[in-house]
Design a protein around this ligand. Sequence first.
Ligand code: ZN
Ligand code: ZN
Length: 160
Amino acid sequence: MSLGEVEVSVTPEEKFREFLQTKNLRMTRERATIVEHVFSSHEHFEAEQLIQQLAEQRVSRSTIYRTLKHLEEAGLIRKVARQDARDVFEHDYGYPQHDHLICKKCGTLIEFHQEKIAEVLTGVARDHGFRMEGHRLEVFGLCDNCCRPPKTRPKKLNLL
Ligand SMILES: [Zn+2]
Ligand SMILES: [Zn+2]
């Protein structure tokens, strides 16, 4: 399921370049390769997957980890909390606000958008005199697949 895209006036590459400038860093070939790859499709990904996918482009592991931190700081990607300690990243730029259902067993992430949640939180924030800028909600449990009872294996026919 895709939630579509939010129109942005500045490309992720441009936004990243601006961020790097504020840190006196250059857009190197490796950094450009990483941004391009990360924003070529909206998927949840782990650093290790990125390392494998970019192995042929000779982008080092340490550069990938450092660049992911920078992309996060720049507001381009964000971490999704999972319970298995492996960080999962996704686009935070050019992608609509959404929340996640997270399966504890297989790690599946299901994205959803529910206007009522934002409404409730706006009310809660108002009650506390709190200026809400956004929210993230991670719901843990078991996905449909993992809830199902294990299929009973068909008995093997003894052909001998
Ligand atoms: Zn599952
Ligand atoms: Zn997501």
